[in-house]
Structure formats: C-alpha cells, structure tokens
Design a protein around this ligand. Structure first.
Ligand code: ATP
Length: 234
C-alpha cells in the first residue's frame, strides 16, 4: 500500500478552481518531485495535503486512511510536515525557539531533536540564539526544514526550498536529504529547477494549470516531453 495517495483531488480559492482531479502517489521511502511553472498548482497541492486548505472534493489517503477532512494540526500529528514556500519563520523568535515550535503537539517519537537537527545543520547550533530573520536565506531554509523535522514526520513536504538561493547553498541543503530519508521520512518536493528535481527524485510529476500533465521516473522522461508538459504544446 502506498504511503500517501491523492485521488481526484480538487481545490478552489473562492470561485477560482486551482486543482482539477490530481492523482499523486508517494511510496514509502521515495522522493517524489512536483514540477511545473508558476501558478501550475504545486503549492496548492502541498497545502491541500497538509490540511491548510479547506476540504474539497477528492480523496487524500495516508497509510490507507482518509485525511482530507482533517485540519492541519491533526495532519501533522499523523506524521505529515510541511516546509512552506518562503520559509515562514516566526520573526520574533530565535533559531532554537523556531525549531522548538516544530515539536509542539508532536505525537511520534523518532530521530529528530534539537541535537540531531544541529548535527544535520551545524551552523544552526552556532546561530541558535539569533532571531531567525538575522540569518541568510539558506540558513533560514535550514531552520524551516529543521522545524518541520522536529515533529518526526513520516512525510516531509518541501515547497520550493531552492527559491532565491545560490547554487552552492542549494547543494548544501540537498546534501541533507539522504540523512533525512535514512531517518525514516519520505519526501515530496516542489521544485522549479527541473534538473535539480531530476537529480534527487525517484519519480516526477509535472503539473500545468491544476492538472498532472506528465509523470514517471527521471530516466523515462526526455526533455521534449517535459517541455511540452511544463509549458503546454508549442
Ligand atoms: P508558484 O510557483 O507561483 O508558487 P504554484 O504552482 O505553486 O506556483 P499555486 O500557488 O498553487 O501554484 O497557485 C495555483 C493557482 O491558484 C494560481 O493561478 C494562483 O494564482 C491561484 N491562487 C493561489 N493562491 C491563491 C489564493 N490565496 N487566492 C486565490 N487564488 C490563488
């Protein structure tokens, strides 16, 4: 049984329909990448899974159980954590306080604690007393990832963690992913950088205008098909 499944998932913002029947599967231990242009619906998909958007027609199954009607705190308690687009740190809190916010309400025991997050990103230990907003963009992203890990998730949803970061910083952050997986999390990453997505993902879904237009393993997908699925037919 897959770990996470969306079936016919739809989502709306008022009158505007942002998702039209999205089917996505995440097997335990996998990294799945969601790619697509601005406005394709990637963030909406993440927010729907995380319970941030109100319930809409369609199904979300986690470990075989429907979670589509649960509020975000309950989804998180089940084991799905999100690293939101734009990091969304608490500006008045220190690095350490931001990390601790991630463990609030957690139910699952697991690998992640302040100590293990500091082992994963040693710079955060050095900066632990600084306000999150005093950090560089890459360090802020590390705090956002660490904060999500503090709930000991079985699924980590990462929304555009590369956005606005220098290549060397992106490399450092992605270098942490094998350790995150080894600690037991499966990953869904939203990534606008197609070659980065192809490098790290076991399977890729491409979205356009609220629909999945292509999916498969990176080795099965050639550039031309991705281009058509990403931008529409030329
Ligand atoms: P981006 O890379 O820009 O984040 P995305 O693929 O994540 O793009 P979404 O953010 O999911 O796309 O947006 C999908 C569609 O829903 C877009 O047309 C967007 O304008 C619209 N949308 C997103 N958030 C809202 C909102 N709060 N209210 C109304 N429309 C929204």
């Amino acid at each position: 049984m897959p770990l996470l499944v969306t079936r016919g998932l739809t989502a709306r913002y008022g009158d505007f329909q942002a998702l039209f029947g999205v089917d996505v599967v995440l097997e335990a231990g996998e990294t799945v990448a969601i790619i697509g242009a601005n406005g394709a619906g990637k963030t909406t998909l993440m927010r729907s899974i995380a319970g941030v958007l109100p319930n809409a027609p369609g199904e979300i199954l986690f470990d075989g159980e429907p979670i589509g009607a649960l509020a975000s705190a309950k989804v998180m308690a089940r084991g799905i954590a999100m690293v939101p687009e734009g990091r969304k740190l608490f500006p008045s809190l220190s690095v350490e306080e931001n990390l601790l916010m991630g463990s609030y309400g957690r139910k699952a025991a697991g690998a992640w604690s302040l100590d293990t997050v500091y082992e994963l990103f040693p710079i955060l230990k050095e900066r632990r007393g600084s306000p999150g907003t005093a950090l560089s963009g890459g360090q802020q992203q590390m705090v956002a990832i660490g904060r999500a890990l503090m709930s000991n998730p079985r699924v980590l949803l990462c929304d555009e963690i590369s956005l606005g970061l220098a290549p060397v910083v992106i490399r450092d952050i992605y270098a942490a992913f094998p350790k995150i997986k080894a600690a037991g999390a499966s990953l869904v990453i939203v990534e606008q950088d197609i070659s980065q997505a192809m490098k790290v993902a076991d399977r890729v879904y491409c979205m356009m205008e609220g629909r999945v237009t292509l999916s498969g393993r990176p080795a099965e997908l050639d550039r031309q098909r991705i281009h058509a699925a990403y931008f529409g037919a030329a």
